[in-house]
Design a protein around this ligand. Structure first.
Ligand code: FCB
Length: 486
């Protein structure tokens, strides 16, 4: 049976990617590791949040997750079997520095040493993310990201990880999607730690920026010159619902809060003036100290873009409760401080099991925009993928033609961006395997490997086999070259 849907658009020919292109999969610590209380690991904000009644679907937790902590060799073998040449993972802060302060716990670091050795032994390049949302609970209790001290602690932690793995890891990213940490964690409260305070959310955004700057400068002084340093951002591809000036202005406001709040200070050395004006009624940004702009503005070697779906907005309607189909989860509290009145629309067309509209042109648009605005900065797609309602059929197969089509069409968008001059160096499919999808628990499957969470059995989905052919060929096949059986 073909793994390619009948409706596949007919592409002309084999589309090669640049030599040395990284073909990877991505995961994060809390979503796959489990072993939550083993070898000295202490709770992170997500362990705590999962125990808050009603916070996570079905009361699911990351206590066991995909049990990757005990199966790292098997999981690296799986990757090696796919022929991928890169793997993006994150380090659990409270596993390697349980109180968020002071010396490292060597047992915690040993797990990542073993993982990295295993990857390198299979010719897979490790791409390490220091922070994928799992703040040690002790640091949250001391104020969390709205407190300036957390940025300083983050730089100390970065230095500990660099000391342990600096000689073996080539790609380092500081934060994953700081937008989610700040605005879902402290604004709408749908993510840990579940606070709902617009001022705290903006303070958190600034201290995440500061933490990125401090950590990058610490890493720069500790890592070999060959290390590539960057950050992973879920930049929002914002589209006005109509061509009216008012809808364009709504799009500008969400672009500022969703993207330029990070790219401004990190890449251009300042917060955008329009962002400061738009949020003036919320805060005077007095938490930004002299010198912070320079600290945050570190030279980077790579920018990671996480992309799933575009965002469509229109001007305030005056309704008491504007529609908020922003794809970021339901809450009575907006994750958009100062822009609570903007209306978010669900674009028409096909959607994923997350309810997210499928639109690869958004990936093309953001890659080419970044390459126009920062032509000197190499890009990586550090996340892209699709949740589907996957099941193992009686023959033991997992047929996920929709995911194959999603990944193929997004890779085609990457290929077009490269053809048009964007310097994209790699693509990391989210995710290697089904895992704990945050507030959705185990109810959403993003993996190209199916996980039966009762037995921890792994089964390759059709998309895994398809992705393997692409990675091995370093390019997208013409339809006639697609595999004919799953
Ligand atoms: C991103 C997260 C990742 C995963 C995907 C679906 O926002 O970085 O952990 O949850 O969405």
């Amino acid at each position: 049976m073909s793994v390619i849907p009948e409706s596949a658009p007919v592409a002309a020919a084999f589309r090669p990617f640049p030599a040395g292109f990284l073909w990877g999969t991505a995961t994060s610590a809390y979503q796959i590791e489990g072993a939550a209380a083993e070898d000295g690991r202490t709770p992170s904000v997500w362990d705590t949040f999962c125990r808050t009644p009603g916070a996570v679907h079905a009361g699911d937790t990351g206590d066991v997750a995909a049990d990757h902590y005990h199966r790292l060799r098997e999981d690296v073998e799986l990757m090696a079997g796919l022929g991928v040449n890169a793997y993006r993972f994150s380090v659990s802060w409270s596993r390697v520095q349980p109180t968020g302060r002071g010396p490292a716990l060597e047992r915690g670091l040993d797990f990542y040493r073993a993982l990295v050795d295993e990857l390198l032994g299979h010719g897979i390049e490790p791409a390490l993310t220091l922070y994928h949302w799992d703040l040690p609970q002790e640091l949250e209790d001391a104020g969390g990201w709205p407190a300036r001290e957390t940025a300083e602690r983050f730089a100390d932690y970065a230095a500990l990880v660099a000391g342990a793995l600096g000689d073996r890891v080539g790609v380092w990213t500081t934060l994953n999607e700081p937008w989610c940490s700040a605005f879902l964690g402290y604004g709408s409260g749908v993510h840990a730690p579940g606070r709902t305070d617009p001022v705290a959310a903006l303070r958190a955004a600034h201290h995440l920026n500061l933490g990125h700057g401090l950590a990058t400068s610490a890493l720069r002084s500790l890592l070999p010159d060959t290390a590539r340093l960057g950050v992973c951002l879920n930049l929002h591809v914002v589209r006005p619902a109509s061509d009216s000036a008012a809808d364009h202005d709504a799009a500008r406001r969400i672009d500022a809060l969703g993207s330029r709040i990070f790219t401004g200070p990190m890449l251009d050395g300042a917060y955008p003036e329009d962002l400061l004006a738009d949020t003036a009624a919320v805060t005077d940004w007095g938490f930004v100290a002299d010198g912070d702009a320079a600290t945050i503005h570190q030279p980077l070697d790579v920018l990671g873009l996480n992309y799933y779906t575009p965002t469509v907005v229109s001007a305030p309607t005056g309704a008491a409760e504007p529609a908020r189909a922003d794809g970021h989860g339901a809450s009575d509290h907006s994750p958009w401080p100062g822009a609570e009145d903007v209306t978010f629309h669900q674009p028409p067309g096909e959607r994923t099991a997350m309810g997210w509209a499928i639109d690869p042109s958004g990936l093309y648009d953001m890659l080419t925009r970044l390459s126009r605005e920062h032509p000197e900065l190499p890009l990586l797609v550090t996340e892209n993928g699709m949740a589907c309602d996957d099941t193992v059929d009686p023959a033991g197969a997992v047929r996920d033609p929709q995911r194959v089509a999603y990944v193929r069409d997004h890779l085609d968008a990457v290929h077009r961006a490269v053809t048009d001059g964007a310097d994209v160096r790699g693509y990391f499919l989210w995710s290697l395997m089904d895992n704990f999808e945050w507030a959705y628990g185990y109810d959403r499957r993003f993996g190209i490997v199916h996980v039966d969470f009762a037995t921890q059995r792994r089964v390759l989905k059709d998309s895994a086999r398809w992705y393997a052919t692409v990675a091995r060929a370093n390019g997208l096949p013409a339809p006639s070259q697609e595999p004919s059986d799953g």
